[in-house]
Design a protein around this ligand. Structure first.
Ligand code: ZN
Length: 298
């Protein structure tokens, strides 16, 4: 009898505890979401950098839709609405977003912190145009990530240590990958490769390589017959046996070129949109590995 009363009381008590727990869980979830920093980034690699550093303290949304060539993107009315509701807008800079002045003008009085991720990067030019593809350099990606980290620390100081720690870990990953491939590329005799659009200038600068491209910096226009002829001659003179090609940019021209010079076409990844099943470090490792193994075999 005594036992039954006890178990009855225990059941009631447990019931109260369960209700208590449920109620608590709901409030926790709600306030946790409210607490998160709402970040909008322009292009995909910035989403990865912001997620790496912000972790579970942030919600990051990318403006340019998946599978869209960001050089072709223009913001829509709904994008402006999303932007004005966010806390932070991070863009690549250096002309990657031709529309960014218009966006910044619209959101600057709406309490949105605007971050140019390229601040402090040593800018390179190609044919007098500024090259915006800084995220494809492990060195520049580190500066972009540091700019993002500094913004998060400023806006959410109570989580400073968390952001600093995440940044430190990511920085180490970037440095380790660089240190792994730098000596390998230094030992190579062959340094030239052909790619789809001129996206790998910063990667080349990091590793002492040279790219020639089928399309220009902004993935505009297919080559003229004269330019194609120059590329064919370049490949023949340099005995180039690999043509790198991107999913979003002129794969047909790359195939034509490869056929003309007896080379094979190998995919290379610009990270201008999400690569299924690969994160930033994995994509960079893939690119470096493919470039290295092609150049070392040629
Ligand atoms: Zn590009």
């Amino acid at each position: 009898m005594k036992k039954k009363i006890i178990s009855g009381a225990l059941a009631v008590l447990m019931g109260v505890m369960l209700i208590g727990c449920n109620a608590k869980t709901e409030t926790t979830t709600k306030s946790a979401n409210d607490d998160k920093l709402n970040i909008i980034v322009s292009i995909y690699p910035l989403k990865e950098f912001a997620d790496k550093i912000g972790g579970d303290k942030v919600v990051v949304t990318c403006l340019v839709p998946e599978n869209m060539e960001p050089h072709d993107y223009e913001p829509k009315t709904k994008d402006f609405e999303t932007l004005t509701k966010s806390k932070v807008f991070i863009y690549n800079g250096l002309g990657m977003e031709s529309w960014v002045d218009q966006v910044n003008e619209t959101i600057k009085d709406k309490g949105v912190t605007i971050v140019d991720s390229s601040t402090g990067v040593d800018v390179r030019k190609e044919e007098n145009a500024i090259d915006p593809h800084i995220w494809l350099s492990l060195k520049s990606a580190q500066i972009q990530s540091e700019n993002i980290k500094n913004t998060l620390v400023k806006l959410d100081e109570k989580n400073k240590d968390y952001y600093e720690e995440n940044y430190k870990k990511f920085k180490e990953e970037l440095e380790n990958l660089y240190n792994e491939y730098k000596p390998k590329f230094d030992r190579l005799n062959k340094k030239n490769f052909i790619t789809g659009h001129a996206a790998f200038g910063y990667l080349c600068r990091d590793f002492g390589l040279t790219q020639k491209s089928v399309e220009n910096l902004f993935a505009e226009g297919e080559p003229t017959p004269k330019q194609l002829e120059d590329l064919i001659n370049f490949c023949k003179e340099n005995n180039i046996k690999t043509i790198f090609s991107e999913a979003l940019s002129s794969p047909k021209v790359s195939e034509t070129l490869a056929k003309e010079v007896g080379a094979k076409v190998v995919p290379i990844l610009t990270l201008e949109s999400k690569e299924e099943g690969k994160d930033y470090i994995q994509v960079m490792r893939y690119n470096l590995d493919e470039i290295y193994s092609c150049l070392s075999k040629e």
